[in-house]
Design a protein around this ligand. Structure first.
Ligand SMILES: [Zn+2]
Length: 472
């Protein structure tokens, strides 16, 4: 194992981002050949899966041959158990990171020390780009498990203090006042709620840097964070399976860690779609040998960007993630309704009448909109939103608006606000880009929803799992 290549510290932190796009791509190709060959020889799950689909590493010369490799997903890796690991390694040689995620089963990601280091350096580069410095005092907000973890990564290099998403706003704000952080890193949803509360109280805590992660950073979330912390949030996009994948540079573009991962956006058969075209995100880790991640479906919808960035980093760009695959709701017309639609229901209303909300699709044309009313609640404005839903789901659709006292929150301070009791036959990965794919109710609808809500408890902050926040 020790003879396998890893990027140097200088390459990982500074040099690679300055190399030309061609150099980055050439190096990635070279490394892709190494990891594909090594995986084939030493990881039974991949070898069997590739053999049965007719793929051989002898035919593989680089990125352009990736479509010949079948896609995999979390369930397949979890089911493979020990077969997903390099058969030469013992458990003592590997560190374990676990995540459950909204899609249910926990995945235990194993890495050797050198692999951990490569992941951490990728993460460190994105934090440095966001403005973090070694002398900064950093506040992190994540699940309790991270707090318990002795010597967590950030804690090792900088002075950190930990906030819990479920602490009351008073406790969180008191922590900020006493710790006086220079930077804040944590769950997008938790940071957004905190930012809103700070703004509501008419306060501001200026920071040198702010990095939300773990969910799509919606424009209104970014605005609340700007108002509360006086700095531009720099979104980190990643998954526990591979670490960081992309991060925002000072120009707010998402640069892909193309020296650590190969990031593809593909169609339903796994063929790359043209830049600028949305599709499903698929990732391959270049430096994970113990538990390789090769053509792994992330269940996010995004696009490779056609734009270029003038920030002098040549790492390629992706567009912001549009949402989780399962957050798109099918409409009777065949259209798939993006989660963004529900975030903009009141764009044409005088006020936003709801504090929090969630939408539950019971049947194709039967929806329940649960909301917590704003203090200045106005039923006319609510009706504008409900009319929008009717337009999307058909005038015959049943749309119930139900006032509730609160929207349930998971122990990590996340909320699931887009819930469909319909799922494609192609589960676990519902494929919204196949517009005419039939949708099937789960055998026990309510049980399905409960499972999903329950499953999202215990998520890790950097799992890449996404739960849109439901507040405005
Ligand atoms: Zn840039």
């Amino acid at each position: 194992m020790t003879q396998l290549p890893f990027p140097s510290m200088i390459d990982a932190l500074v040099a690679n981002a300055r190399r030309s796009a061609e150099q980055i791509a050439d190096r990635a190709d070279q490394q892709l050949r190494v990891v594909v060959r090594n995986t084939y020889e030493h990881v039974p799950f991949y070898r069997d899966h590739w053999k049965s689909s007719g793929f051989s590493p002898d035919d593989f010369s680089g990125r352009q041959d990736l479509p010949a490799i079948p896609l995999i997903d979390k369930d397949m890796i979890v089911s493979a158990e020990e077969d997903a690991l390099d058969s030469r390694l013992t458990p003592q040689e590997m560190f374990v990171m676990s995540t459950s995620g909204t899609s249910g089963r926990a995945i235990h990601v194993r890495r050797t020390l050198l692999e951990m280091r490569a992941v951490r350096r990728g993460y460190l580069r994105s934090l440095l780009t966001a403005g973090a410095r070694p002398w900064h005092r950093v506040l992190t907000m994540a699940s309790p498990w991270l707090k318990e973890k002795q010597g967590s990564f950030v804690g090792k290099i900088v002075k950190t203090h930990h906030l819990l998403p479920l602490d009351s706003p008073e406790e969180q704000i008191a922590s900020i006042e006493s710790f006086k952080p220079d930077g804040l890193i944590g769950q997008t949803g938790g940071l957004y709620l905190l930012a809103r509360e700070i703004v509501r109280r008419g306060k501001q805590f200026p920071l040198a840097f702010l990095c939300p992660t773990g969910a799509t950073l919606m424009p209104e979330m970014a605005q609340a964070m700007r108002d509360a912390f006086g700095t531009e949030p720099r979104d980190l996009y990643g998954a526990v399976e591979v670490g960081g994948i992309a991060w925002q540079c000072p120009q707010s573009n998402y640069h892909i860690d193309a020296d650590r991962v190969v990031f593809e956006v593909v169609d339903e058969v796994g063929s790359p779609v043209p830049a600028g075209t949305p599709g499903q995100a698929v990732v391959t880790a270049l430096y994970q040998y113990a538990m390789p991640i090769i053509r792994y479906r992330l269940l996010d919808i995004t696009a490779i960007s056609t734009r270029t960035c003038d920030c002098a980093r040549h790492l390629p760009l992706m567009e912001r993630v549009q949402g989780r695959v399962n957050d798109f709701l099918p409409a009777p017309s065949g259209e798939l309704v993006s989660p963004h639609f529900f975030f903009h229901l009141y764009d044409h209303a005088k006020t936003t009448p709801v504090k929090e909300w969630r939408i539950i699709q019971n049947e194709l044309a039967d929806l329940t909109y649960e909301y917590v009313p704003e203090e200045h609640f106005n039923s006319d404005d609510l009706r504008i939103g409900m009319d929008m839903i009717h337009k999307k789901f058909g005038q015959d659709a049943t749309v119930r608006a139900v006032e509730v006292a609160s929207i349930p929150m998971t122990s990590n301070g996340k909320r699931t606000c887009i819930i469909s009791k319909l799922r494609s036959k192609a589960t676990p990965a519902y494929r919204p880009w196949i517009q005419d794919e039939p949708v099937m109710p789960l055998p026990d609808d309510q049980a399905g929803v409960n499972r999903r809500i329950k499953a999202s408890v215990g998520q890790e902050p950097d799992s890449g799992e996404e739960n849109h926040q439901c507040q405005h």
